[in-house]
Design a protein around this ligand. Structure first.
Ligand code: ARG
Length: 423
């Protein structure tokens, strides 16, 4: 049920949808509209976009540079989770939404607005993330979602913009819906909707044309401290600069192209394409370092929780007790995730070719096949007997029935069963 709105803060990108939303909200809700452009590392001129918002009737146009908090408070926690939704998608869009929500809510509080608005369609995940986020952080605020309400297609929107004399950024007509931030670029729609057809080269931007991918490999050394990337090839970089540089470097070699079918929150499957060079490269490197330093049982538990983290975040529950609890656990695992990983970038892929850490649990004197080995090989036989005992017993019992003789000559199961048990 639509409540009364007087002042709306609109999450604004400068694109067609949210430009048209300005006069549409004024017309349909009689409210004044303040636009908020949250910079999460997308391309595009924010100053131009703000000017256009004002020309198109915004009461006020604001922007906030959220790149650093995006990297530190959202992307690095996701990296600690090696977060890949359904094992594939690094959640680039999904991670930006809760941040945009929190900025939207803060702006609404600052200007005393009673309503927030977003440009999401009624078919995607983003509306869910926005609405759930606002309901959680600011249940008193109304939400308007013009694109979900107005029933206009793109030509209708262009016509509406013309009729209202709007200044819109006329880009060459693109059939694709694109979302960008530091962690990746997502492209949907147009011919991509045919899951059987290969994505045309034109959908890619950050990864260049395969003809331009260098034929020689390039190695990059990523330095981590407590699970967080801090340097590239020995050069210390702040989070945003590091991610941007990694995007450029890995993107140049075509790393991070993703083409898959994804299950959306709203119950549909859709074909999705992404370019996430830095995300893919950093997750790969982070996993390799964890493999070197985390004890086996901890890795096992952590890898069970990782998909849960991704599902929770994908599903719009960044601001939740379950996400915070998983993050607290993940943080506690990262103390020893310090060291360096060498990645080799080549022709659309990256491979880990080296890793080192002061906390390495790979003890050469134990693992080596050389003479210097200190591994107590003599203890192996007895260990294996006990290790396999319960399994051998169960296997034999199941095949031969209760009471059947157990095992062969040196079977521990046999020996163990024939020993009188001591009280
Ligand atoms: N499928 C992705 C997600 O739900 C990306 C959606 C991005 N939106 C877009 N307009 N391309 O997180």
């Amino acid at each position: 049920m639509a409540k009364q709105s007087e002042h709306v803060v609109l999450a604004y990108s400068g694109g067609l949808d949210t430009s048209v939303a300005i006069p549409w909200i004024k017309e349909h809700y009689g409210a004044k509209v303040t636009t908020l452009l949250v910079d999460v590392g997308q391309e595009g001129e924010t100053r131009d976009a703000m000017e256009r918002a004002l020309l198109n009737g915004a009461y006020d146009a604001r922007t906030v540079d959220a790149k650093a908090s995006f990297a530190e408070e959202f992307l690095f926690p996701a990296l600690k989770a090696n977060a890949l939704y359904q094992g594939i998608y690094p959640l680039s869009t999904a991670l930006a939404r809760p941040l945009i929500v929190s900025k939207l809510v803060s702006a609404a509080r600052e200007v005393g607005a009673d309503t927030v608005a977003h440009g999401c369609t009624g078919k995607g995940n983003d509306q869910v993330r926005f609405d759930v986020g606002v309901h959680t952080l600011a249940p008193d605020l109304n939400i308007i979602a013009p694109v979900r309400e107005w029933n206009m297609n793109r030509p209708d929107e262009i016509e509406y913009a013309r009729a209202h004399g709007l200044k819109i950024h006329v880009k060459p007509e693109s059939p694709y819906s694109v979302d960008e931030n530091l962690w990746g670029r997502s492209v949907e729609g147009g011919v991509l909707e045919d899951a059987a057809a290969a994505p045309p080269e034109e959908v890619f931007d950050w990864t260049g044309h395969p003809d331009t991918w260098p034929t020689d490999p390039q190695e990059v050394v990523i330095g981590f401290e407590e699970g967080i990337p801090v340097s590239l090839d020995g050069q210390r970089l702040p989070p945003v600069a590091l991610i941007q540089k990694m995007n450029a470097l890995a993107g140049k070699h075509g790393v991070g192209r993703i083409d898959h079918v994804e299950d959306r929150v709203v119950g549909i499957k859709s074909r999705e394409t992404y370019e996430c060079p830095a995300a893919i490269a950093l997750i790969q490197a982070h996993m390799a370092l964890e493999a070197l330093v985390l004890p086996r049982e901890l890795r096992s538990l952590k890898t069970q929780l990782e998909p849960k983290f991704s599902e929770v975040v994908y599903g719009g529950f960044w601001f939740s007790q379950v996400r915070e609890a998983i993050s607290a656990f993940l943080d506690s695992t990262q103390e020893s995730v310090t060291g360096e990983v060498t990645l080799r970038l080549l022709q659309g892929g990256s491979r880990v070719v080296g890793r080192s850490s002061p906390y390495s649990l790979l003890a050469k004197e134990l693992a080596t096949y050389g003479r210097e080995s200190t591994f107590p090989e003599g203890a192996a036989e007895g260990f294996i007997h006990l290790y396999g005992l319960a399994n051998s017993l169960a296997y034999v019992r199941r095949r031969s029935g209760a009471g059947a003789p157990v095992g062969g000559g040196n079977s521990v199961a046999k020996t163990a069963l024939s020993q009188p048990t001591t009280p």
